[in-house]
Design a protein around this ligand. Structure first.
Ligand SMILES: C[C@](O)(CO)[C@H](O)COP(=O)(O)OP(=O)(O)OC[C@H]1O[C@@H](n2ccc(N)nc2=O)[C@H](O)[C@@H]1O
Ligand SMILES: Nc1ncnc2c1ncn2[C@@H]1O[C@H](COP(=O)(O)OP(=O)(O)OP(=O)(O)O)[C@@H](O)[C@H]1O
Length: 288
């Protein structure tokens, strides 16, 4: 098996996010449409002979033992069928607390890669179940296809939203997912829709009003962006995505925005780049 692999750990967008209710354990029943972006963090994994998990590049503000990369690797360590440990490094590009699911994506990328490198070969649904213990967004990244999600985000039905280009903009605020879900002002009564009645035009992000009310930075940026194209918040914020038919249009609007706003342009994709890369690796090495 190849000793070193580098994978793109992608961002996700919630093309809509409906909050349908609150469960007894405090978690919320959601319906959402997930799509990936061909943009994310770059994670490099290198097998070594130490039997240990080493993270060579700490993530700013995250303690080693709290890092979802380390937590994901620790879950699979007891199942390791080789005598090899792993060295991991990450080039972090996704803003944290942006609603782009960067931490969950990193966890899923590690689960998928080590499942292969350590010859564990768990089926994806089992890997997704392990991932759910790390975060509600991990299963979508493990499954690897765009999906309409129900439950807390773990019941996934494949979907094929249009793969347009997105301008993603990050207001200068960090929003806690937990704080948004705990807010008394969050509406929690959007009726459930059936997967066959998916309609992104008549949908919304139920977290948007409470976030824009408390964070003028998000409200102002959203107001600017809707002048160009329909724009919406992803997850519990703070990032806002604006769809375009072409990269050129997205880059043109990007160039019009004030320079102090963090932005990137990326294509929406319905298959995760991690799965594509790992499949290619299997084809090249012939190993499963
Ligand atoms: C908002 C979304 O990003 C939409 O995709 C996800 O639902 C959140 O996924 P996540 O960041 O992986 O969330 P977790 O780390 O599992 O949960 C963070 C906190 O958000 C709240 N939470 C999360 C998901 C959910 N369905 N209901 C909740 O109430 C819980 O208080 C939890 O303590
Ligand atoms: N490898 C990691 N990368 C990023 N965040 C991590 C990582 N490991 C742990 N975390 C913690 O997870 C928190 C959420 O990070 P993440 O980037 O997933 O946020 P998010 O994009 O807002 O997610 P969501 O879509 O769930 O709202 C961070 O504030 C950080 O404390």
């Amino acid at each position: 098996m190849t000793q070193t692999i580098t994978l793109l750990s992608p961002a996700k967008l919630n093309l809509f996010l409906h909050v349908n209710g609150r469960r007894e354990d405090g978690y919320h029943e959601l319906q959402t449409l997930f799509q990936f972006l061909a943009y994310g963090d770059e994670i490099t994994l290198r097998l070594n002979q130490t039997k240990e998990i080493k993270l060579l590049t700490p993530v700013k503000g995250v303690k080693h033992e709290d890092n979802l990369i380390v937590k994901a690797a620790k879950i699979l360590l007891p199942l390791n069928k080789t005598h090899q440990g792993i060295e991991i490094s990450i080039d972090k590009r996704l803003p944290m607390g942006g609603g782009l699911g960067g931490g969950s994506s990193n966890a899923a990328t590690i689960l998928l890669a080590l499942n292969k490198l350590w010859k564990i070969n768990l089926p994806l649904p089992e890997l997704a179940k392990l991932g759910l213990t790390l975060g509600a967004d991990v299963p979508i990244f493990v499954s690897g296809f765009a999906a309409f999600a129900d439950g807390v985000g773990e019941k996934l039905m494949p979907a094929s939203p249009e793969e347009c280009w997105y301008l993603v903009s990050k207001p200068e605020v960090h929003i806690s997912t937990q704080a948004v879900f705990q807010s008394d002002e969050l509406p929690r009564n959007t009726p459930k829709i059936l997967a066959e009645n998916l309609d992104t035009k008549h949908s919304q992000n139920d977290c948007e009003d409470v976030v824009t009310k408390h964070y003028p930075e998000v409200a102002n940026l959203l107001a600017t962006l809707v002048e160009y194209a329909p724009s919406r918040m992803t997850g519990t914020g703070a990032c806002i995505f604006t769809p375009f038919n072409s990269e050129k249009e997205a880059r043109h609007i990007q160039s019009q925005l004030p320079k102090d706003i963090e932005t990137f342009v990326a294509k929406g994709v319905n298959q995760s780049p991690v799965h594509q890369a790992l499949e290619k690796l299997t084809q090249v090495t012939g190993e499963k």
